[in-house]
Design a protein around this ligand. Structure first.
Ligand SMILES: C[S@@+](CC[C@H](N)C(=O)[O-])C[C@H]1O[C@@H](n2cnc3c(N)ncnc32)[C@H](O)[C@@H]1O
Length: 349
């Protein structure tokens, strides 16, 4: 196989994580009022496998949906997934139970072949996207940036699964900072069915009594632009600021807060908090200023080193990672401590 095909196949393999109905149900129950009279698109979903299809088909009348469309991808390089995957890219349109006598099932509703491979970026899939009011799915992890960019370009409402680290991508973080997108309810551990030929792994992998392989990922979250009550709930702050407990960064005018729950209630300046803060972010309570050590971002989103070139060079000699714009402080023993990605925030008055 040519290198490009192998790389594509590897990426595609990483993308085959099937979401559990329970996880979909637990998240979607917070968004019910958004769906009345709406057309929903699940565009990375084989209706014969996807629990997103199952959820919306079962709850079609309950949610008052207008239409459900699902499209599925046939990766030409991934024939070895055929136990789980479609041989043909297909789509399905469901407009509600017409005879009232059965729970809808993909075969009964009738899937239709797509002309191309069902890539969400293809012309025919974009035509279906244009029809949709809300897009709900777990898109391919390897194409998260492109997927989000397309949703933004077409101005769609959405609720999609991603990784918490996606929030630090240079294309994604500004959307969060500008309050165009935010995190949904569930964040953290989530388990997914994976294809039968998935490689076994030492951790976060198991095979159930039916022989189904599973993987769990520890940093999964939902991204959305649908308004939810959680986004307006204040984080309860109980800690008081002391200079000893909250060291000041050497290379940015802010204090280090190592855990979101330790944000002091009486500090009005800029604070660096872990990216898990996103899960608790209420834009009425806090303002996001930028991101420090956000991999691709660092300096661009507001971290400016208020140090001379000589001071920077000395820091770099002490700790090579300093150059990447890593926020750092000196601990009580004078040792330089570099922080993992930090969101820079300030309490609103
Ligand atoms: C993380 S899995 C989730 C599957 C399903 N949405 C679910 O939650 O069970 C992502 C799916 O996107 C499909 N996919 C990969 N590349 C795609 C593309 N370019 N366009 C549409 N779907 C794609 C993969 O085949 C895979 O089934």
């Amino acid at each position: 196989m040519a290198k490009r095909s192998i790389d594509k196949a590897k990426a595609a393999k990483k993308d085959e994580f099937y979401t559990q109905l329970e996880d979909i149900n637990n998240e979607l129950r917070h968004y019910r009022e958004h769906f009345r009279g709406k057309t929903v698109l699940c565009n990375c979903d084989d209706p014969r496998i996807s629990n997103f299809f199952t959820y919306f088909a079962y709850n079609f009348e309950f949610l008052g949906l207008k239409k459900l469309i699902t499209t599925c991808y046939k990766n030409q390089d991934m024939d070895f997934f055929s136990q789980n995957k479609s041989e043909q890219a297909v789509f399905l349109v469901y407009e509600g139970d017409k005879n009232g006598n059965s729970i809808p099932d993909a075969e009964e509703i009738g899937v239709k072949p797509l002309k191309g491979d069902g890539d969400f970026r293809s012309k025919e899939c974009i035509e279906l996207l244009k029809e949709a009011d809300i897009v709900v799915t777990n898109p391919p992890f390897s194409l998260f940036r492109e997927y989000m960019a397309q949703l933004m370009e077409y101005g769609k409402k959405f609720l999609i699964i991603g990784n918490q680290n996606n929030a630090t991508y240079k294309e994604i973080f500004p959307l969060i900072k500008e309050n165009k997108i935010w995190l949904g309810y569930k964040s953290g551990d989530m388990s997914f069915r994976v294809p039968a030929n998935s490689e076994e792994r030492a951790t976060r992998f198991w095979i159930d009594t039916n022989g189904q392989k599973w993987r769990s990922l520890g940093n999964i979250c939902w991204y959305t632009n649908l308004d939810i009550p959680k986004r307006h709930e204040n984080l309860i702050l109980y800690k008081s600021y002391t200079p000893e407990e909250y060291p000041r960064y050497i290379n940015y005018d802010a204090i280090e807060v190592s855990k979101t729950e330790l944000i002091p209630c009486d500090y009005d300046g800029v604070m660096g908090v872990p990216i898990t803060f996103m899960d608790k972010y209420n834009p009425d309570q806090f303002e996001i200023i930028g991101i420090g050590n956000g991999g691709e971002l660092g300096v661009e989103c507001g971290v400016s080193a208020n140090l001379t070139a000589e001071q920077c060079a000395a820091l770099f000699r002490e700790d090579k990672s300093f150059r990447k714009g890593k926020l750092c402080y000196r601990n009580d023993k004078g040792k330089l401590v570099g922080c993992y990605a930090r969101i820079l925030i300030r309490k609103r008055a």
